[in-house]
Design a protein around this ligand. Structure first.
Ligand code: NAD
Length: 335
């Protein structure tokens, strides 16, 4: 099949592109290589996808462009002629959205609308959109099912919720199927370096205590990237979820103190834990009820957090030479 992955040089989009190329599909990646974190990580992702394409029946094409630019997007759709679009491009991250709220709005709301509109105009079958647990925000009950009130507590959450609404309206009004997958904190190889598991690992390997923002009592549902890929893969050929929103999480939860201790105990048990001021806009708790995804697409999370963290730490050690300098450079703001 012909598949377009926006944001396909990024963390999750890169894993999706790699998996589809390995299966022999023709994949076009559309990505601006934004400066959010060091682009060297994206270069590795692209190299990896090219290497996989060389060994498979599939093809991999990289197009640089910005989802806010209608002409860039339309040219990519015309060139790729996709059956299915996986829209992963976004300005991810809560903190940057609190600091510069208009930028994530332009990319995540304006850009998503541009992608949906190009899909409508070019006769794409389905657009699968990366949504987020951030749309829930204030916790009324746990775990969150998809009908839980949506009261985002960050500008980022608002942008992702707006994307969900646009997707629903496009599915209703036009001959275009859309599915929104609400990811719950995703981690794994080549993950964004500013996320907790990557940061904890990097600091512990360098004999620095992991840093927790706030008291560490926040709880999170962490999802291993392979489970996210598996959920997306079912939507390549199935129309079962068309028009729907589905949670994609592990269904489990861990508090941030326990997570930091887990990484620390794996890497360097002698270290303490450092606390810094809580990040504004961060949700207090997240936990996915994945029953709808289980019923509709047969989604089954397979990686418990402890096992996933062990796999990530192992991957980090094996790739430390190239990944760590990029993690450190990203932490210092370089890209
Ligand atoms: P990422 O930053 O690694 O990937 C996003 C990619 O989009 C990057 O490669 C970036 O260069 C590209 N991009 C940004 N702005 C663009 C633009 N204007 N035009 C074209 N490309 C652009 O982030 P990720 O963690 O892989 O997230 C992928 C998607 O999943 C995002 O939509 C994000 O909101 C969503 N999500 C991620 C998580 C998570 O925990 N990682 C959780 C919930 C939702």
């Amino acid at each position: 099949m012909q598949i377009l992955v926006t944001g396909g040089a990024g963390f999750i989009g890169g894993h999706l592109a790699e998996s589809f190329v390995a299966d022999g599909h023709d994949v076009v990646v559309f990505d601006s290589f934004d400066a959010y974190y060091h682009r060297g990580i994206k270069d590795h992702t692209v190299e990896r996808c090219r290497a996989v394409a060389a060994e498979s029946e599939g093809s991999y094409t990289l197009r640089r462009g910005d989802i806010r630019e209608r002409e860039d997007v339309r040219a990519a759709f015309d060139a790729a002629a996709p059956d299915v679009v996986y829209h992963q491009a976004a300005q991810a991250g809560v903190r940057i959205s609190v600091e510069q709220p208009t930028h994530p709005n332009a990319v995540n709301v304006g850009g998503t609308l541009t992608v949906l509109d190009a899909a409508r105009e070019t006769g794409v079958d389905r657009v699968v959109i990366a949504s987020s647990s951030s749309v829930y925000g204030k916790t009324h009950y746990l775990p969150y099912d998809e009908d839980h009130p949506q009261e985002p507590v960050s500008p980022y959450g608002v942008t992702k919720l707006a994307g969900d609404h646009y997707a629903r309206v496009y599915d209703d009004l036009y001959d275009l199927s859309t599915v929104c997958l609400r990811y719950f904190t995703v981690y794994g190889p080549r993950m964004r370096p500013n996320m907790a598991i990557s940061n904890f690992t990097s600091r512990c390997l360098n004999d620095e205590p992991p840093v927790i923002y706030g008291n560490g009592a926040q709880t999170r549902d962490f999802t291993y990237v392979d489970d996210v890929v598996a959920a997306n893969r079912t939507l390549l050929t199935s129309d079962a979820a068309d028009g729907m929103v589905l949670n994609v999480g592990s269904g489990d939860t861990i508090d941030i103190t326990e997570l930091a201790e887990t990484v620390r105990d794996l890497v360097n048990p002698d270290l303490g834990i450092e606390h810094r001021e809580r990040i504004a806009g961060d949700a207090e708790h997240t936990q996915a009820d994945v029953s709808r995804a289980r019923d509709v697409i047969g989604y089954e999370p397979t990686t418990p957090i402890r096992e996933g963290v062990e796999r990530f730490v192992e991957w980090y050690r094996a790739n430390r030479e190239w990944y760590e300098p990029l993690v450190v450079a990203s932490r210092e703001g370089g890209s």
